[in-house]
Design a protein around this ligand. Structure first.
Ligand code: ACM
Length: 439
C-alpha cells in the first residue's frame, strides 16, 4: 500500500483508491490514515477481524472518499458499578476503534467503586475499590447477592490503556464524579462526607450521600485531579456533577473550583448537564444526558456540548419489549431507534450548531456484571450509533440492517463479540426471574 499526504482531505478523513495494480491511501493526518486502514480491513472480509487473520478476501477495486461528521464520537464505559479488567478495557478500545469511534469516556469513580490508583490516597482503592455485594436487577428492598467484587487500575495500567487507545486514535477522557456519586470515596475517607462511616454502596441510583463541599474537600480533589492529569493527557477531563439531590450553591461552588483547577492546569472540564444550574464558566463542556433541551440551552449559552440523551443513546437500556430480554431497564431503545438518532436537536438554532461537538453512547454497568453482558447490551446498537456520528447524508434503516446482517455481524463474530442476535437473546443470555426496572 502506498501512503500519500494530502492536505486537502479534512481532519480524520481519507481517500482509499484500489486498482488492480495498487492500493493508495491518502490522508492529511494520522487519524485519517488509521480510518482508511479500518475501511480496508472491512473490505478484506470478516477474517481480517480475527486475532490472526487468514485467507482475507480479495479487495474490490474502487475509490472511497470519507470523513467523519462529528469530531466527538464517544462511548462512556462505566467501570465503577462493575469493574472491567484491564484486558477487557483494551478489547473494548479495539471494538471502539473498529467502529471509528474516537473518545472513551472512562467512568472511573462512583458510589459503587473507585477504580483509579491515586498514590497519595491509597484508601481510595484499597477501601473504595471493593463492593460487598449488589442488588442484581432490583432497585428497592434489602436483598443483596452477597458476592463481593471490585478492582482498580494502577497508574501503570492506566498509562498502558491511554497509550493503547492513542495508537488507535482514541482519547481516554477520565471521569472523577463529584459532588454526588462519591460514596466509594467517602467510604475510604469519611471526612469527605459527614464524617460518619459508610461502606461502598451496594445499592444504586440517586444517592443522598454527597461530598461535603468544604475547603479541605476541594483541596483533596485538587490533588486527586493533579494525579489524574499526570496519567491522562486528554485536554478534556470529566468531573461528573450529575444527580446531586438537595444541591446547594455551595455544591455549585465546589464544581466551579474543579473547573477552575482544570483550567489552571491547561485542561477543560466536561460536566453533566446539572452543572448548568450553577452557571459554570463557558469553558466547561456540557454532557446533555437528561434529554436534548439542556444541550440546546448550553449551546445557546456558549458551551460546547456532547449529546448523550438517556432517551436515545443509553446502551444499558433495554433493546426489546420481549419477556426474554435480560434484566430490562430504562427506556426501550431498539437498533432502529439508535439508527434514527439525530445528534443535532431539532430546535437548535443554526448559529449554535458548531457548539455540538458530537454525541456519545453510554454503557452504565449496574446490571452488566460481565464482559459478556456488556457485549450483549452494546452490540449491535453501537454499530448503528457509530454510523450516526460518522456518516453524513440520508439514513435508511432497511439498507443499514441488511448491510449489518450480511457484512458486519460476521465481522463481530470474527472478533468474538457476543452481540444480541437480531431476533433476540440466545437461551443463555436470558435472565429469567430477574425483574429489571423498565421505564
Ligand atoms: C447519568 O446518566 N447520570 C449521567
Amino acid at each position: 500500500m502506498t501512503h500519500r499526504e494530502d492536505g486537502t482531505i479534512p481532519p480524520e478523513g481519507y481517500r482509499l483508491e484500489i486498482t488492480p495494480e495498487a492500493i493508495t491511501l491518502s490522508a492529511s493526518d494520522a487519524a485519517g490514515r488509521f480510518y482508511g486502514e479500518q475501511t480496508l480491513r472491512q473490505l478484506r472480509g470478516p477474517s481480517a477481524f480475527r486475532a490472526a487473520g487468514f485467507a482475507p478476501d480479495p479487495v474490490p477495486c474502487g475509490v472511497v472518499t470519507d470523513h467523519p461528521r462529528f469530531a466527538w464520537r464517544g462511548c462512556l464505559l462505566d467501570v465503577a458499578r462493575n469493574f472491567r479488567t484491564k484486558a477487557e478495557v483494551l478489547r473494548f478500545i479495539d471494538l471502539l476503534a473498529a467502529h471509528k469511534l474516537n473518545v472513551l469516556h472512562f467512568h472511573l469513580t462512583d458510589d459503587q467503586g473507585w477504580r483509579v490508583q491515586i498514590p497519595e490516597f491509597p484508601r481510595l482503592t484499597s477501601v473504595g475499590g471493593w463492593r460487598h455485594g449488589s442488588m442484581v436487577g432490583r432497585h428497592d428492598g434489602p436483598e443483596r447477592d452477597g458476592r463481593p467484587h471490585g478492582g482498580f487500575y494502577t497508574t501503570d495500567d492506566l498509562r498502558e490503556i491511554v497509550a493503547y487507545a492513542a495508537q488507535r486514535h482514541i482519547t481516554v477522557v477520565p471521569e472523577i464524579d463529584v459532588p454526588g456519586h462519591s460514596q466509594a470515596a467517602i467510604a475510604a475517607y469519611p471526612e469527605l462526607g459527614t464524617g460518619e462511616p459508610v461502606e461502598v454502596w451496594t445499592s444504586w441510583g440517586v444517592n443522598p450521600r454527597l461530598l461535603d463541599p468544604k475547603e479541605s474537600t476541594v483541596d483533596f480533589y485538587r490533588r486527586v485531579l493533579d494525579a489524574v492529569l499526570e496519567i491522562f493527557p486528554s485536554e478534556v477531563i470529566a468531573i461528573g456533577g450529575d444527580e446531586v439531590p438537595g444541591a446547594t450553591e455551595r455544591h455549585a461552588w465546589f464544581v466551579d473550583r474543579m473547573i477552575e483547577h482544570l483550567e489552571s492546569r491547561g485542561r477543560r472540564a466536561l460536566g453533566w448537564d446539572e452543572i448548568l444550574d450553577g452557571k459554570p464558566a463557558t469553558s466547561a463542556i456540557i454532557g446533555s444526558w437528561r434529554g436534548e433541551e439542556a444541550g440546546v440551552v448550553a449551546a445557546k449559552a456558549g458551551h460546547d456540548v456532547v449529546m448523550c440523551p438517556e432517551q436515545h443513546v443509553y446502551l444499558d437500556h433495554r433493546q426489546a419489549d420481549h419477556p426474554d430480554e435480560p434484566i430490562p431497564v430504562g427506556f426501550l431503545r431498539t437498533l432502529a431507534d439508535f439508527y434514527a438518532y439525530e445528534p443535532y436537536p431539532a430546535d437548535l438554532p443554526e448559529d449554535a450548531r458548531p457548539r455540538i461537538l458530537g454525541a456519545q453512547a453510554q454503557v452504565w454497568t449496574e446490571h452488566l456484571d460481565s464482559v459478556r453482558r456488556v457485549d450483549y447490551a452494546v452490540f449491535p446498537r453501537l454499530c448503528a450509533f457509530a454510523e450516526v456520528v460518522w456518516s453524513s447524508g440520508p439514513r435508511d434503516f432497511g439498507e443499514f440492517s441488511a448491510r449489518l446482517a450480511e457484512a458486519h455481524l460476521p465481522r463481530l463474530d470474527a472478533l468474538g463479540v457476543e452481540y444480541r442476535a437480531l431476533d433476540g437473546p440466545h437461551p443463555w443470555q436470558r435472565r429469567p426471574g430477574v425483574p429489571g426496572r423498565p421505564r
